[in-house]
Design a binder for this molecule. Structure first.
Ligand SMILES: [Zn+2]
Length: 419
């Protein structure tokens, strides 16, 4: 019979095609046949081949179709239809695609998935015409909680509960002005947090915001709530509406004038050579007190005869920042390496030790080890909530506070939708 003949040809073609695919995938492992349907009954003369792959560097949509042996006529109409829903130039390396073709290498459908939630799809209808659709799969947001007591490190405790370093960074960022997570945490400290987590089809995709965070540092409790303060600016506040985002004092002393600015090339007054000045010089009478511009720890003290003279360095609790104070006449009482200093504590006195023409403070501000201009640091506003905002804030945060109280300190893994 004529029908049987077609069927035999179609089956032979399908076998050859699958064979070609396996050869191809063995060689290059570029596309993988995930499923193939042999003809079922009399109504299907052709078999369908489904394949999936990722976009490789320099690969166009055209290349993907070519690689899968799609006939030219279908490539032309499929590409032109795809262009209506997506700019093919924006195709990303590593993005996933799925393709369905028949045993005659005619394209049935093509799906391009640049990210986990979006699928661009072109599909051939019954009359052989392609049409495109964009499908969005919404992420499901859940509010989760994690808590624990530190037996070795915070990192260990949180990763032991199956969470990633990303969550730990988000958590420590909230308290970066108050706690130096490199040195201060102690065995026995405890933490709690509630955070948003996004899921797709029941699988974790990404973290959202931390909504509430608590850290108990040697008995001292820090609790932060995320709050949008109606000016469109969100931030972390304690229960009294004070911001966790702290700032540096504008300068570490009362000075008369700035005698030298931050510059990458200036004539040195004594050396008479062009040298970068990677700090600011504040002229002030000898003996003027110098204070810590933010909380930190004294990490270095020393004397540089041909340079900054008697100096000290402070590493701040926001560990991106280190500050240096030079030409000091003397250190303040109690200032030693390893001592913790609070903002505004006197650390030393203006002098002219080292290479200096007159009494002044040389101040260098390092961000991640690189000197930056201290007069230009991004002192993000750390304003507390306005008095009239505090009551609405506390009202909004009440459910979070209650939930935090419910979470046990040890190995509690709570997951569910709170609101
Ligand atoms: Zn200087």
């Amino acid at each position: 019979m004529k029908l049987n003949k077609y069927l035999a040809i179609a089956q032979a073609l399908a076998i050859i095609l699958i064979g070609l695919f396996f050869l191809n995938s063995n060689r290059k492992s570029e596309s993988v046949v995930v499923e193939s349907h042999p003809p079922a009954g009399n109504s299907h003369l052709l078999s369908f081949v489904r394949s999936a792959g990722i976009i490789h560097y320099g690969e166009s949509l055209w290349d993907v179709f070519r690689k899968n042996h799609i006939i030219d006529a279908d490539i032309l109409s499929a590409v032109s239809e795809f262009k209506k829903i997506f700019n093919p130039r924006d195709i990303q390396v590593g993005a996933h695609y799925k393709l369905v073709q028949d045993s005659l290498n005619r394209l049935i459908s093509y799906e391009y998935q640049p990210d986990i939630t979006t699928v661009y799809k072109i599909k051939k209808d019954g009359s052989g015409v392609f049409s495109g659709t964009i499908e969005n799969q919404p992420l499901v947001k859940k509010i989760k909680a994690v808590s624990g007591t530190i037996s070795s490190t915070l990192y260990q405790s949180i990763t032991d509960k199956g969470e990633t370093p990303e969550l730990i960074i988000n958590f420590t960022d909230i308290f970066q002005w108050d706690i130096d997570f490199f040195i201060e945490p102690q065995v026995g400290d405890s933490y709690k947090m509630m955070y948003e987590a996004y899921y797709l089809n029941g699988r974790f995709v990404k973290y959202g915001r931390i909504l509430a965070a608590q850290y108990c540092l040697s008995g001292q409790m820090f609790t932060a709530f995320y709050y949008n303060n109606q000016l469109g600016k969100g931030g972390y506040y304690n229960w009294n509406g004070q911001s966790f985002q702290k700032t540096f004092l504008k300068s570490p002393l009362n000075y008369r004038r700035i005698s030298s600015y931050f510059s990458l090339g200036r004539m040195h007054p004594i050396l008479k050579r062009v040298r970068p000045h990677l700090g600011v010089d504040f002229a002030a009478p000898s003996g003027t007190p110098v204070v810590a511009p933010a909380d930190g720890i004294v990490t270095e003290m020393g004397f540089q005869k041909g340079g900054v003279g008697r100096y000290l360095k402070i590493r701040h609790k926001n560990t991106h920042f280190v500050t240096l104070y030079g030409h000091l006449k003397a250190y303040a009482r109690g200032i030693k390496k390893g001592v913790t200093v609070k903002q505004r504590r006197v650390i030393g006195y203006v002098g002219m030790t080292g290479l200096a023409t007159g009494p002044h403070l040389h101040y260098t501000f390092y961000e991640n080890g690189r000197p930056i201009n201290p007069l230009r640091i991004n002192n993000i506003s750390a304003d507390p909530l306005k008095p009239e905002q505090v009551a609405p804030f506390q009202h909004d945060m009440m459910p979070l506070l209650a939930k935090l109280a419910e979470i046990e300190d040890n190995n509690y893994a709570w997951s569910g939708v709170l609101y």
